[in-house]
Design a protein around this ligand. Structure first.
Ligand SMILES: CCCCCCCCCC(=O)SCCNC(=O)CCNC(=O)[C@H](O)C(C)(C)COP(=O)(O)OP(=O)(O)OC[C@H]1O[C@@H](n2cnc3c(N)ncnc32)[C@H](O)[C@@H]1OP(=O)(O)O
Length: 230
């Protein structure tokens, strides 16, 4: 027992408190929400390759400073991005879930991760659409495409502007997206005028050769109080 504790690096022995062991034991309740945008068993090799590729761009402090990329975590409620959000989310509509994160089965719904480049005001979402998102046989539903576009542009807008809402979204569906195929969603800020931010977005195949969808959107920064009736 004593030896086992020693191996763990604990300062224990007769008359001594296992201080290191106590310091190491994790508090059972974490204030950090679960990040859903990390690899799971449903991710294809291509999805993992792209995740590794973009993660490498934001791996180190130096690279972040030079390249400006970072992975934006994805929780199951947007509220959890606020300070103390994990606790707030138990008080405000406790059963509510982010639309893109409400399918529990890995790989069945929206599998995605968003990488942001705040300096360049751009983002890339890597997205693997699951079988519960079907529209035309074997292909992604247009509403699901709108959803992932809204979430991707909305994440970039939120990261740059703070609280904001989609005022307008225009989508041109150019070619269908097969379920399970990994696609890239490139978003950028075109223009900012006061509270208005105009964005554009393209969905392509993961090798960039095929254009699936093009979209533009308008986001307006808002006072969060308005959402809560202030
Ligand atoms: C971090 C977690 C990641 C999660 C990402 C998820 C992102 C999801 C984002 C969403 O889906 S948000 C939900 C869908 N959006 C809504 O439900 C928004 C509903 N609409 C509103 O609440 C209000 O209309 C809105 C906040 C968008 C604007 O109301 P305001 O009272 O703040 O603005 P106002 O109507 O005074 O307009 C301000 C300016 O914007 C212009 N504008 C407003 N709506 C517009 C519109 N639809 N098209 C073009 N311009 C528009 C308006 O003309 C005006 O221009 P000017 O200043 O030049 O006069």
């Amino acid at each position: 027992m004593w030896r086992a504790a020693s191996r763990l690096g604990a300062a224990v022995g007769p008359g001594r408190q296992p201080t290191r062991a106590l310091a190491m034991s994790p508090w059972p309740f974490s204030a950090t929400p679960r990040d859903y945008s990390v690899p799971n068993e449903s991710w294809s090799r291509e999805m993992r390759r792209l995740f590794d590729h973009y993660s490498c761009l934001c791996d180190t402090e130096e690279q972040q400073q030079s390249a400006g990329w970072c992975k934006f975590p994805s929780y199951n409620r947007s509220l959890k991005h606020a300070a103390g959000g994990k606790y707030l989310s138990k008080m405000v509509q406790a059963k509510a879930r982010l639309f893109t994160r409400n399918i529990e089965e890995p790989g069945a719904g929206f599998e995605y991760a968003v990488f942001l480049n705040k300096q360049e005001k751009t983002s890339v979402t890597i997205f693997q659409p699951g079988h519960l998102l079907e529209g035309p046989p074997g292909h992604l539903h247009g509403g699901a495409i709108a959803t992932i576009i809204d979430s991707s542009t909305g994440t970039l807008a939120g990261a740059l502007l703070g609280p904001s809402m989609t005022a307008n979204l225009n989508i041109n569906y150019r070619s269908p997206i097969p379920l399970g195929n990994v696609v890239l969603i490139h978003c950028k800020v075109d223009q900012t005028e006061g509270r208005k931010t105009f964005m554009s977005c393209q969905i392509t195949s993961s090798d960039g050769d095929k254009l699936h969808t093009e979209a533009t959107g308008l986001f307006l920064s808002i006072n969060l109080g308005r959402l809560f009736g202030a």
